[in-house]
Design a protein around this ligand. Structure first.
Ligand code: PLP
Length: 387
């Protein structure tokens, strides 16, 4: 691993995440610069087509990022003021922020357990009210939620399903890729994701109506794009909806295509690294590894571990830092953030005990496709040293 030394960055020997870039991404970006077409155009179309084929879904639309994709997903399903959307508290704050942008209220559901930190369908059921419009699941760390139970609940109560699949590009639930099972799925191409492009997002859906509405909403509600007009497909435009500028760039799309070509190889690599971690850590009494008993095709975006209650997390993370191992916390539960406490005044955030305990005890360890098995062995030695 390269040492990353600069004035403002510690000398990490083992980064939490890193990117598999080479000449292919450089050439892809340079081709876009040569073309002088920088905003949404032919590369974006190609990325969307390639992504929809990869995911096995009829419609895919590129956006600025996953947060804006989630926002558009909610609006396109007519969710707004007075509505409630059930979402796990064990997620990145973007999931529930997107709900708040629409004027709807996020209602937080707990996770199943520390070993299986995914939304608990039993708790979702308890939280359904007359105002509930949708369930937003989040496939944490790249592991699929129990979509069979979620689909049953949605059907019984007439609810939409939105999948926050920011962690789950290339993860499967049975024969279907995560993100393509519910009504709308949203992906992130942020710099630390499995398909990194700097920023960027993708919304997928099987509903033509959602596709048509989102195509306009992401560009000011206009009926045609600058690209269409340059190509002579259209001379003018109308504005038929209150839209946004959630367009992406050709540079993002070009990097996205190059990364999509590497995705299966890199997810396979993550899988091997996961196996090595499990082999080396499963006998360690101080650590529990979520999802270690699951077999399947998963993106393995993060490698979270749960520390024994007696272990001081801060000092464990500091000792790893001293040895050059970068760690993080995914995630502090959303309902405990000051802003959320203030706006929800506690009423929507009861009985989230598993999420709170998980948030107190989780540590995420390095996981990315540039790591080698020998790096995992070194990291595990550092972990032993830290206890
Ligand atoms: C679970 C989850 N949802 C949504 C997002 C938002 O993605 P973006 O940064 O592309 O807006 C992230 C990003 O980290 C995430 O982890």
């Amino acid at each position: 691993m390269k040492d990353m030394k600069s004035d403002d960055m510690p000398a990490w020997k083992y980064l939490l995440s890193d990117i598999d870039f080479d000449e292919r991404e450089k050439r892809a970006v340079s081709d876009v610069l040569d073309s002088k077409w920088l905003s949404m155009g032919k590369k974006t179309r190609e990325f969307e087509e390639r992504f929809s084929l990869y995911a096995g879904t009829p419609f895919a639309l590129a956006t600025t990022n996953c947060t804006t994709a989630l926002h558009l997903a909610l609006i396109s399903l007519e969710i707004g003021k007075g509505d409630e959307v059930i979402v796990p508290s064990m997620t990145f704050v973007a999931s529930s922020n997107a709900i708040l942008y629409t004027g709807a209220r996020p209602v937080f559901a707990d996770i199943l357990s520390l070993k299986h930190p995914l939304i608990d369908p039993g708790d979702v059921e308890k939280k359904i009210t007359k105002r509930t419009k949708a369930i937003m699941v989040m496939h944490y760390a790249g592991y699929p939620c129990d979509m069979e139970k979620i689909q049953l609940l949605a059907k019984k109560n007439g609810l939409y399903i939105i999948e926050d699949a920011a962690h789950a590009v290339g993860s499967y639930y049975g024969d279907n890729m995560c993100g393509t099972i519910g009504d709308v799925g949203c992906f992130s191409f942020f710099a630390n994701k499995n398909l990194p492009a700097g920023e960027g997002g993708m919304l997928v859906t099987r509903h033509q109506k959602v596709y048509e509405r989102v195509s306009k909403l992401r560009s000011h509600g206009m009926t045609s794009l600058t690209w269409d007009r340059v190509k002579g497909h259209s001379y003018s435009y109308d504005v038929v909806d209150l839209g946004y500028n959630y367009r992406t760039t050709e540079i993002t799309a070009a990097i996205g295509i190059a990364q999509l070509n590497k995705l299966d190889k890199n997810n396979k690599k993550r899988n091997e690294l996961f196996g090595e971690y499990v082999k080396l850590l499963s006998k360690n009494k101080n650590i529990r590894i979520p999802f270690s008993s699951l077999e399947g095709r998963y993106a393995r975006h993060l490698f979270p571990v749960i520390l024994d209650q007696r272990i001081d997390r801060q000092s464990f993370m500091s000792k790893l830092k001293e040895q050059g191992v970068q760690t993080s916390i995914h995630y502090p539960p959303v309902h405990l953030f000051s802003y959320y406490k203030k706006i929800l005044a506690g009423s929507q955030a009861r009985g989230l005990n598993n999420s709170e305990e998980y948030g107190r005890r989780v540590v995420t360890l390095p996981m990315h496709p540039l790591l080698k098995k020998k790096d995992i062995r070194k990291i595990c030695d550092c972990i032993e040293e830290s206890f």
